[in-house]
Design a protein around this ligand. Structure first.
Ligand code: MD6
Ligand code: FE
Length: 206
């Protein structure tokens, strides 16, 4: 990640287009494959007992989890009981461009197959909203929708492409957001298609 990456502001969100080169994207996908071998992706249950269309796993100390009892962070894989593997250095380097005070302790890995989406939500289960949530997109483009802190606030959308990084921080840290749809099969990065999204965050107090 030697190259300079300009950060632009799209609908109040800091977006670093092409933060990862093609070679870095391929290297990161290889790291994610190794992570998926020891921490297999799973589909958490929503509050109303339906599995999410996105498959998730994680690296770092924490993984986000959801079942009928609600949302929380867990420190052991729900099926294997093992801790999650370390966060890949390439992902840590992206985080550092946005937040240099503390390292992230959670890298959530979301996989979107054909037709998968993520409903409008807030990320608010972390201890300190002074730290950002940093996202990295890989594979097929995803249509990112962002609104306000209030669920009923108006929303706007833009496409996140493979290699893009962005951060929700300061006034957008608690904004509602989601992924409406992906352009399945548009990117050649993942042989079977789909979109991977990494979200790096600081769950525990610094
Ligand atoms: C996604 N992203 O891009 C879903 N959350 O697949 C998120 O939910 C998200 O991109 C917090 C901060 C940045 C994000
Ligand atoms: Fe989120």
């Amino acid at each position: 990640m030697e190259h300079e990456i300009p950060v632009e502001i799209i609908h109040e969100v800091m977006v670093a287009r092409g933060a990862l080169t093609n070679a870095e994207q391929r290297a990161l996908v290889m790291d994610l494959r190794e992570i998926a071998k020891v921490a297999p992706p799973f589909s958490p249950m929503t509050g109303w007992g339906k599995p999410m269309s996105v498959k998730i796993t994680a690296a770092g100390r924490f993984c986000w989890f959801s079942d009928r009892k609600g949302y929380r962070y867990i420190e052991a894989h729900p099926q294997t009981g093992n801790p999650f593997p370390p966060i890949p250095p390439l992902a840590l380097a992206v985080w550092e461009r946005f937040e240099s005070r503390v390292p992230p302790d959670c890298c959530l890995i979301n996989y979107y197959g054909e037709g998968a989406r993520m409903g409008l939500h807030q990320d608010r289960d972390e201890a300190d909203f002074g730290f950002p949530v940093v996202s990295i997109s890989l594979g097929d483009p995803g249509l990112f929708r962002i609104g306000g802190v209030e669920r009923k606030s108006p929303t706007r959308s833009f496409w996140l492409e493979s290699g893009d990084a962005m951060a929700l921080q300061a006034e957008t840290r608690l904004a509602h957001h989601g992924i409406d749809r992906i352009k399945f099969g548009e990117s050649a990065l993942l042989p079977k298609g789909g979109r991977l999204n990494l979200t790096l965050r600081r769950v525990a107090p610094a």
